[in-house]
Design a binder for this molecule. Structure first.
Ligand code: HEC
Ligand code: HEC
Length: 309
């Protein structure tokens, strides 16, 4: 578990860095009440789901509790951004369809998630984690949290539960189309007869294979043990001109820490652009690509990679 956390924490920082904040950022703190309608508005629609017993309502007046009003459908672009972040950072614990997995509970049954509108309740959990109970903390912007929350909410928005559409197998793509996509977007760095030779045989579970090409190094302990991802390096240039290079340990708004080649740990406070911090992330191309895949591309590429036995 600890190993997994270390990986998640790293992936998280990097992935977070790869997604620029959306312009919707300011909406995150909006009073939760604004999006709520009277329960009467949901007439004709069955109550979506009763709250989990024992979880206290989060500061909202009574009466709403058992009749969650349908949310207006979220902007598809927001949901797509949320899906990308969720699939890399959350899916391997909470399941691709938010119904839970080996290392995390179902989010569909969570009272917090049911009460949340745009990340105002999910946000603190994601940003602080519950580290002692297996939930790592994530370095996301509020806008990213909001995107993830909106994606999670699609699983019950307006009574339409996207997860029911989840095919039983993820091998639903077209391998030929996947090969074409691969030649266009991946072949500059990978080869089906070179480094990816036999990858379909290395991964017996297509879900892990998919997770591994979407974001190498994520996907939990099993998937990570099958892929060697070079570390992210960082160069810090002090005002004096001195440069310090090392493996990136942590980077946030307040500072950067790294491990030098001889094993020395060093940390620097940052204030705006001082000192200068340059991150060299070998997976940057994967993070850039992550934003452009359509669902069909993902299915097709996985279907193709599975054939590389
Ligand atoms: C390494 C596994 C792991 C990852 C990755 C993970 N979680 Fe969790 N998460 C957990 C566990 C375990 C819990 C339950 C903690 C507890 O018992 O309080 C949890 C709890 C939660 C809860 C609270 C549910 C409740 O009812 O209290 C939310 C919301 C949540 N996770 C969202 C997310 C989101 C969003 C992401 C991705 C950004 C994420 N998690 C990534 C393991 C994980
Ligand atoms: C600009 C270079 C670049 C591009 C483009 C790229 N990757 Fe990668 N990929 C990497 C690097 C770097 C790694 C880290 C591991 C390594 O060095 O092999 C990696 C790792 C992987 C792995 C895990 C490798 C292993 O040995 O298990 C898979 C699978 C993979 N990429 C598939 C893809 C697919 C599919 C695409 C296109 C959709 C793609 N990559 C595009 C650079 C790239």
């Amino acid at each position: 578990m600890r190993y997994l956390h270390a990986i998640s924490a790293l992936t998280i920082v990097l992935v977070a860095a790869a997604f620029p904040p959306s312009p919707a950022a300011s909406a995150w703190q909006a009073p939760a009440a604004s999006a709520w309608q009277a329960p009467a508005a949901s007439a004709g629609q069955p109550p979506l789901r009763a709250a989990t017993a024992g979880q206290a309502p989060q500061g909202r007046g009574g009466g709403f509790r058992d009749a969650f009003p349908p949310r207006p459908p979220a902007d598809p672009a927001v949901v797509e951004r949320g899906r990308a972040l969720y699939s890399v950072n959350c899916a391997f614990c909470h399941g691709a369809d938010t119904r839970g997995g080996d290392s995390g509970p179902s989010l569909l049954r969570s009272g917090r998630v049911l009460d949340d509108q745009h990340g105002e309740l999910i946000g603190p959990i994601v940003l602080n984690g519950r580290v002692d109970r297996g939930m790592p903390k994530f370095t996301f912007t509020m806008a990213q949290v909001e995107d993830i929350a909106d994606f999670i909410h699609t699983f019950r928005a307006a009574g339409y539960d996207e997860s029911r559409m989840t095919p039983p197998s993820i091998l639903v793509g077209d391998a030929t189309a996947g090969a074409t996509f691969f030649n266009a977007k991946c072949a500059s760095c990978h080869s089906p007869t070179g480094d990816l030779h036999g990858i379909g045989a290395r991964f017996t579970d297509p879900k892990l294979l998919q997770q591994s090409w979407l974001m190498p190094g994520s996907g939990g302990r099993v998937a990570s043990s099958l892929v060697t991802v070079p570390p992210t390096m960082v160069t810090v240039t002090l005002p004096s001109g001195e440069k310090i290079d090392g493996e990136l340990d942590r980077l946030d708004d307040f500072g950067v820490s790294l491990t030098e080649a001889d094993g020395t740990h060093r940390s620097f406070r940052t204030d705006g652009d001082t000192p200068k911090v340059e991150v060299h992330d070998p997976l940057q191309p994967h993070k850039d690509l992550l934003r452009m895949y359509r669902d069909a591309d993902i299915h097709n590429v996985t279907a193709y990679l599975v054939t590389l036995k």
